[in-house]
Design a protein around this ligand. Structure first.
Ligand code: NAD
Length: 252
């Protein structure tokens, strides 16, 4: 089925690689007008048929300017996020603040800047707006080793998602979170390489990552994008305030 997002205008952050890239590509394939952004503008170069822009979601001014430039949208997907590796004892106040700024406050900034336009567009068109936030299985769903700050930020994303969902439920805005398990992406590959340094090579590290997966494999970004398309499309019109795992059974 193609054209599920025909006529819709979408914004996707961190669309340069990994999950954000797969979501932007899937939205384009489904007929949406896609505004794809990333802090690294060059990573967007290969993305076809999208409007591309450099955007640092940690800058309130840049986010406000971007929202003014893009105008009203139907779909907002907040993807940008960062994994801090370690326990509470490895997490300085600076690490904590950075993680919350990039993983949570960025969503506050983006939603604050885009929601007024989404509300106006939903009212004008008699349609609904959809916000999709990237959380993680490592959140309030599950404690994961060495994901102290990360898990706290991704639990906050679920709280933020439910708060927005309940506040705007009668005004045609839906807000849902996706909670991926381990998904192949450039930053995940870098984490495998890093682990490889202490366990005797990348192949060994890869084997360790994969053996911990209930399905015996990691996920692909396209498998997360498939849910993002569903949550963005009108077919999920009765779904809001959810935190949906796509994790190969990791949080069972
Ligand atoms: P990634 O980490 O490989 O790429 C992140 C992208 O974000 C890069 O293109 C980078 O340039 C961009 N970025 C970094 N700082 C930014 C900023 N300040 N403003 C705008 N863009 C910025 O991507 P990924 O692994 O697919 O992760 C995407 C999201 O999915 C993150 O929120 C992550 O926490 C979440 N997630 C990923 C996994 C996984 O296993 N990959 C699992 C669960 C959740």
């Amino acid at each position: 089925m193609a054209g599920r997002l025909k006529g819709k205008v979408a914004v996707v952050t961190a669309a340069g690689q990994g999950i954000g890239r797969a979501i932007a590509e899937a939205f384009v394939a489904e007929g949406a007008t896609v505004h794809a952004s990333d802090i690294a503008r060059d990573k967007l170069d290969g993305l076809k048929r999208a409007k591309k822009a450099k955007l640092d979601v940690m800058s309130t001014r840049a986010v406000e300017r971007y929202a003014e430039k893009v105008g009203p949208v139907d779909i907002l997907v907040n993807v940008a996020g960062f994994v801090h590796h370690g326990t509470v004892l490895d997490c300085s106040e600076k690490d904590w603040d950075f993680s919350f700024d990039l993983n949570v406050k960025s969503m506050h900034r983006m939603i604050g800047a885009f929601l007024p336009g989404m509300l106006a567009r939903a009212e004008e068109n008699g349609s609904s707006g959809s916000i999709v936030n990237l959380s993680s299985g490592a959140s309030s769903l599950k404690g994961a080793p060495n994901r102290y700050a990360y898990g706290a930020t991704k639990a906050a994303v679920i709280g933020l998602t439910k708060a927005v969902a309940v506040d705007f439920i009668r005004q045609g805005i839906r807000c849902n979170a996706i909670c991926p398990g381990t998904v192949r992406s450039p930053s995940w590959e870098a984490r495998v390489d890093e682990l490889g340094k202490s366990v005797g090579g990348t192949d060994k590290a890869l084997e360790m990552f994969v053996s911990r997966q209930p399905m015996g494999r990691v996920g692909e970004p396209t498998e997360i994008a498939a849910l993002a398309v569903y949550l963005a499309a009108d077919e999920s019109a009765f779904t809001t305030g959810t935190a949906i795992p796509v994790d190969g059974g990791w949080t069972i």
